[in-house]
Design a protein around this ligand. Structure first.
Ligand SMILES: [Ca+2]
Ligand SMILES: [Ca+2]
Ligand SMILES: [Ca+2]
Length: 245
């Protein structure tokens, strides 16, 4: 099995987990390792906490742009203008934070895209990223995960062959995947995707790391202990008297 067919199989396995009930999408640029989290629903979405996990430990916490300090009351307030968020864990297998302080929630406006940083995913395989979040009702949800970046033929580089794929897919209005030329994972193949190809042209992604692909990456992880801990903490703290607020 070639490297490309292995990666394609992984991608399809990931995509097959998706359905239209997801309210959010975690976009992973496989060329730059950039992560971006989007509210794909038409309603504002309350977020009390979230966790991004890689069982194989391929997250790079130094490159993570957390809500804490960046999009909360201490940042630009675009996710949470009221609360100071708190990082719970920043490791190679878990990036987790919650809306601490007065323990309210942040809000993702309809269509809002939160830039979580470039190089946050190391580009290694297996591709195993999972995003779970807790909403304003303390319900746990999974996010859809979609691959982006201009390596449309998934062979580890961005070159003319990828351009030809973009060209063939150009004009697709919906339902496009990375393998049909959709670099920004918005389902369309248009000039925005070509601009990403131009930016990324010549990039080579971890050529050695892609050679060895362990199997079993399609397993959907059990709900993590971190999220149970967060829920327990939220329930406990909300019962405390409102002192010093
Ligand atoms: Ca390529
Ligand atoms: Ca190539
Ligand atoms: Ca697109």
């Amino acid at each position: 099995m070639s490297r490309r067919s292995i990666i394609l199989a992984m991608y399809l396995a990931i995509f097959c987990q998706t359905n239209h009930s997801f309210a959010t999408l975690l976009r992973v640029d496989i060329v730059t390792g950039a992560l971006a989290w989007k509210n794909t629903s038409e309603s504002p979405l309350e977020i009390a906490a979230y966790s991004i996990r890689s069982a194989s430990g391929n997250l790079v916490p130094e490159n993570w742009i957390s809500i804490s300090g960046n999009y909360d009351i201490h940042g630009d307030s675009s996710v949470d203008p009221v609360n100071a968020w708190v990082v719970l864990e920043a490791s190679s297998d878990n990036l987790a934070e919650f809306g601490g302080g007065s323990l309210g929630t942040g809000t993702l406006a309809p269509g809002q895209l939160v830039d979580l940083g470039a190089g946050v995913w190391s580009g290694h395989v297996p591709f195993d990223l999972v995003l779970e979040y807790v909403d304003g009702e303390n319900q746990v949800h999974s996010s859809q995960v979609a691959l982006g970046g201009a390596d449309f033929d998934l062979d580890g580089d961005v070159d003319g062959e990828d351009f030809l794929i973009w060209q063939m897919g150009f004009g697709t209005e919906s339902g496009a995947l990375i393998i049909s030329g959709d670099a920004n994972a918005d389902g369309r193949v248009d000039a925005a995707d070509l601009a990403i190809w131009q930016d990324q042209f010549g990039t080579i992604i971890n050529p050695t790391s892609l050679a060895a692909v362990p199997f079993g990456m399609t397993a959907i992880p059990e709900p993590s202990t971190w999220i149970l801990a967060v829920l327990t903490f939220l329930f406990t703290i909300r019962r405390l008297p409102r002192r010093n607020r």
